[in-house]
Design a protein around this ligand. Sequence first.
Ligand code: SAM
Length: 294
Amino acid sequence: MKPSDKQNRKNSLLERTTALLRKSGLRARKNLGQHFLVDEEILGLILSTAELTVKDIVVEIGPGLGVLTEELCRRAGRVITVEIDDRLAVNLNRRLSEYHNLTVINRDILKIPPPELFAEAGIVSSAFKVVANLPYYITSPVLRYFLEAELRSEMMVVMVQKEVAEEIAAQPGKKSLLSLGIQLYGQSEIVKHVPAECFYPEPAVDSAIVKIVPYKVSPVDIPDTEKFFTFVRAGFSAARKQLVNSFSNGLGVSKSNVQELLDNAGILGSRRAETLSLEEWAHLWRIYEEGKRS
Ligand code: SAM
């Protein structure tokens, strides 16, 4: 594609977006993370990554003006979209009224228990995909909301802040609580980096499309994830320190006890939390729990 074609396509979606805002008398509310996608190539990439068919049920968070929503309605069997902003939800219901496969829920996604999403749309909960250009201020809780839900999604294709995308897909050496949290539930990859100019109004940060495919069976067996993450959090309590020190701080136990735990697990106390793989964390936690029982 010639650069001028690319520019034209961006301009046309930008013009459509500003016209939609003008027509409905609305303004983007930055406190709700309202940065609308105005690049058609990126829109197309989100859709092709989600591999939608008419058999799919899609959940979208934050439809905004509904540019992505409309394309989802054209491709999927059912679309459930959740918008916190009353004015956008009313506008969307009016603008996309011809799509009978669309349900707009005007609520805060984090205040709806997952099964209610489907109940509101009159769907008996079943396999679904999540496709969204997320409001960045709630990225982690939204990801957790879907990954920890009893009914797991088949696939998530989400736009997130670039730094968060890099954290999600991090390899050992750069692992964080967030990356371990995601990797416990699924396999993730960065599909594409997306510069700030692909949105209107432009956010202060760059973005990336991330694809997460939740596991049917997790690669590690963690019977109590809450306890596990309390333990991992203790290990990250001083992330740049050696494990023996950060665990001693985080768990409130002596360094010699921590050293014994690490020796039993065959993990060097001089390592740092961000270098451990998910499997190593799981192994270390099991030995810690066994130690508490004996
Ligand atoms: N999907 C549109 C697009 O791609 O142009 C808009 C995406 S914009 C980044 C995020 C959207 O999420 C906004 O419409 C915002 O009002 C909505 N939103 C923010 N917080 C929300 C929440 N807690 N629950 C549901 N929607 C929310």
